[in-house]
Every structure is written in C-alpha cells, then in structure tokens.
Design a protein around this ligand. Structure first.
Ligand code: PSU
Ligand code: MN
Length: 311
C-alpha cells in the first residue's frame, strides 16, 4: 500500500533502515512500549539490542518504531533506544494517542496498535513483539478490549508474538479475532500459546511450522484484498517457560490488586505487568526476554520468505 502524501512528513527512516531499504533487505518492525513500559532498565535496552541482533543474524533489518521529535521514527539508533528505555518519559501510544503525541513533539512508545500503523505506513509487513493485548477478563463489565485487536482487524501487518498473557481472557480474545477475520497461526503445536506458558488451552485456527507456508498464507490474504493482520503465536522455549500453577496464582493476585486499587484505562496493562514482575521476583522477566528473542528469529524468517516471494 503506497504511503499517503499527507503522512510522508510525519515519518522518518533511521539510516540503517534506509540502507536496508535501498539494498532490498526485508524489514521487521519492533514496538517500543515493551521497552519503555514493559521491562525495567537496563534489561529493556539490552533486550531490545539483542532482539535487533537476532533479526540481523537472519538477514533482515530491525525497525524499532517510536515517536520522537514530532516524527514517527522507523528505526532507532542505539542512543535513542537508550533514551527511550532509561528516561521513563515516554508516553504509552496506541492508535488513539498517536495524533496528539506526534503533534506535541513529546516522546512516545508505541504499543502493538500504533506500531502496526507505523509499520504499514512504512511498508513493513512483519512485526515482532512479546505479547499482544486482548479482551480483558471481566470485559463484559469494563468493556476493556485492547486497541490491538481492532488494529489487527484493519491494518495489514503480520504480528509474531508468544500469544497473550492470561491477565486477559484468551478465549474471548480469540473469539474477537475470529469475528474480525484475523487468522491465528500457532507454531509447533495446535494450541495458541499463553506467553509465560506454552499452552493457553485454546486451539489456534491452524498449526503452521514452516515460515514459507506461513508467508503464503499471509500473502494470499493480502492478495485477496482482505485487509488486516495475521497473528503468529510462537510458544516460549520449553526451557524458559514458567510453571503454570505458579504464574496463574500470581496473575490472580495482580488482577485483584488492580481491581481493589481501581486501576483503569491504559494503566491496566502496565500495572499488571509491573506487579507480575515484582511478584515473580524477576523470573517472569527472564521468560519474557527469552520469548521475545525467540519470536524475533521466527519474524525474521517470515520476513525473508515474504521478501523472497516478492523478489
Ligand atoms: N502484553 C505484554 N507485554 C506488553 C504489552 C502487552 O505481555 O508490553 C503492551 C504492548 O505494547 C501492547 C499493550 O500493545 O501493552 C497493550 O496495552 P492495552 O492493554 O492497554 O491495550
Ligand atoms: Mn485497555
């Protein structure tokens, strides 16, 4: 999809991204909320750099997306990544927040939804993250459904993740994606993964292990003019997965704390992530780091296959 002329002034490629484009090397988008709001410093910045390195190892070029100096930045230099991860100043930016944060010149960390928007505008077809947002538990009362899901319904980017955390109602999240025609692929197993654990207990639409087959599905969807994303769920590596009973109990506790403190709106997810981190004594962080790097390898392979098909 060509970039609208009115969007062009708001976007800027990093030198590394511009060079990869010129060389015809596939790009892989990365989000920045996971850096600014999803992990503590300095592990966040270190992980972001390691994830970028994994993508390069597979022949693609990473493009971490964020808002800085009134531009939607497609790719960040090392010092910019450091600033984003260390300053604690970045706003959490979803679709709703993007216009105001861009127009204000504030620094913004993009969620899955805003990163998908940036990726599509920049012509990037694959985006790697840790976990997607979804339908929250009790959404029947709160109507708390992540903007990530609407974005997957409308924006044509393949999103590689380790599933959704069970802070969410994973069953309802999958129902929502079905309603909006978003294919959900699981890699190496039938069931959709649950971030810290490999099995959510819910079936994905389809198991696909081969990135070439995955690329064909993604390309076919878009060839047909069917707008919207594809979710690729890669289970956390066995050796890094957490024990289900342990993480379930911690999530229940974090959820009840959020409720009793009246946490709402865009604060809910960051609050839950921070509490889970504290309550697991950092063990959740190790799993989180391992799964993002694992996702990066799959995302890069998918981007290479999609690039080959285009070639
Ligand atoms: N889930 C995670 N880690 C994260 C997020 C979600 O396991 O860092 C972040 C992502 O940026 C995601 C956002 O897009 O939280 C969703 O926020 P909300 O639930 O407010 O839509
Ligand atoms: Mn929400």
């Amino acid at each position: 999809m060509p970039l609208p002329d009115t969007a062009r002034p708001w976007l800027v490629d990093s030198p590394a991204v511009a060079a990869a484009r010129a060389a015809g090397r596939p790009l892989v988008a990365l989000e920045s909320t996971i850096v600014a709001h999803g992990m503590p410093y300095p592990e966040n910045v270190r992980t972001a750099r390691e994830v970028e390195a994994v993508i390069r190892t597979h022949g693609a070029e990473p493009a971490t997306i964020a808002v800085m100096d009134g531009r939607l930045r497609i790719g960040l230099a090392d010092d910019e990544l450091e600033l984003l991860g260390r300053s604690g100043q970045a706003q959490k930016v979803s679709r709703r927040d993007l216009p105001a944060v861009l127009a204000s010149g504030e620094m913004g960390a993009t969620t899955v939804s805003a990163t998908m928007i940036g990726a599509q505008l920049a012509g990037i077809e694959v985006f790697v993250t840790g976990g997607i947002g979804g339908v929250h538990r009790q959404a029947q009362q709160t109507m708390d459904i992540s903007a990530d899901l609407q974005e997957l319904a409308r924006t044509s980017v393949a999103v590689v993740c380790a599933g959704a955390k069970s802070i969410l109602d994973i069953g309802l999240t999958l129902e929502y994606l079905e309603t909006h025609g978003v294919p959900v692929i699981s890699v190496g197993q039938e069931n959709f993964p649950a971030f810290y654990t490999r099995d959510s207990g819910y079936k994905a639409d389809r198991r696909v292990d081969d990135p070439a087959v995955m690329a064909r599905i993604v390309r076919t969807k878009w060839d047909l003019g069917l707008k919207g994303g594809v979710v690729v769920g890669v289970p956390v590596p066995e050796s890094d997965a957490m024990a289900r009973d342990e993480i379930d109990a911690i999530i229940e506790q974090a959820l009840s704390e959020a409720q009793s403190r009246g946490i709402a709106g865009k604060e809910v997810t960051p609050f839950l992530l921070a509490r889970i981190k504290a309550l697991t004594g950092g063990r959740s962080l190790a799993a989180n780091i391992a799964l993002v790097k694992n996702n990066a390898a799959m995302g890069a392979k998918l981007a290479m296959e999609l690039g080959r098909g285009r070639g």
